[in-house]
Unconditional design. Structure first.
Length: 167
């Protein structure tokens, strides 16, 4: 039996798609937060699919430094060429669902909203270096999310492109 050539090509194509597309592994416990983050990206027209597919893992780990005084609550892990491979969240954030959400949004902000820098040392924003009160942020959540997105490098870049396109 001869396989029609077109079918053969289609098979070949579907094989190559399966081989090349690499699925990012998203921790179930972070999925709801990632989904709500992406829903907000949609309202601001911020593209995230390409960046998402560049990652290997978005996950909760027990390997980040924690002591009684300070802890690394989350970080972006890079490969040798400094390309971000993994978004990591410290397991201790799971002790409080609000903290988990804030830390997740902070790390998503670094990566998807292109925050290379923090906005301040400890000013009560999602993108502060540290937060002495997660409670205050959680209580001001909608406003905090608005600040996070509207002051983000990714959003501001888009706004500038729009302005420069107007003759
Ligand atoms: Zn940070």
């Amino acid at each position: 039996m001869k396989l029609p050539l077109i079918l053969f090509y289609m098979l070949l194509l579907s094989c190559s798609i399966t081989v090349t597309s690499q699925e990012v592994n998203v921790d179930e416990r972070l999925k709801p937060h990632l989904n709500s983050f992406f829903a907000i990206c949609n309202t601001y027209n911020i593209e995230y699919n390409y960046k998402l597919n560049e990652l290997k893992n978005i996950t909760i780990v027990d390997t980040l430094a924690s002591s009684s005084k300070t802890a690394t609550l989350g970080m972006l892990e890079r490969d040798k060429s400094t390309k971000v491979e993994n978004i990591l969240v410290n397991w201790i954030t799971m002790l409080d669902q609000q903290i988990l959400k804030i830390v997740a949004f902070h790390e998503f902000g670094h990566y998807f909203l292109e925050y290379d820098q923090h906005t301040c040392e400890d000013c009560g924003n999602i993108m502060s270096v540290t937060n002495s009160s997660y409670f205050d942020i959680a209580n001001d959540w909608e406003n905090q999310v608005k600040i996070l997105f509207e002051q983000s490098p990714a959003y501001l870049k888009k706004q500038n492109q729009l302005v420069s396109r107007i003759p």
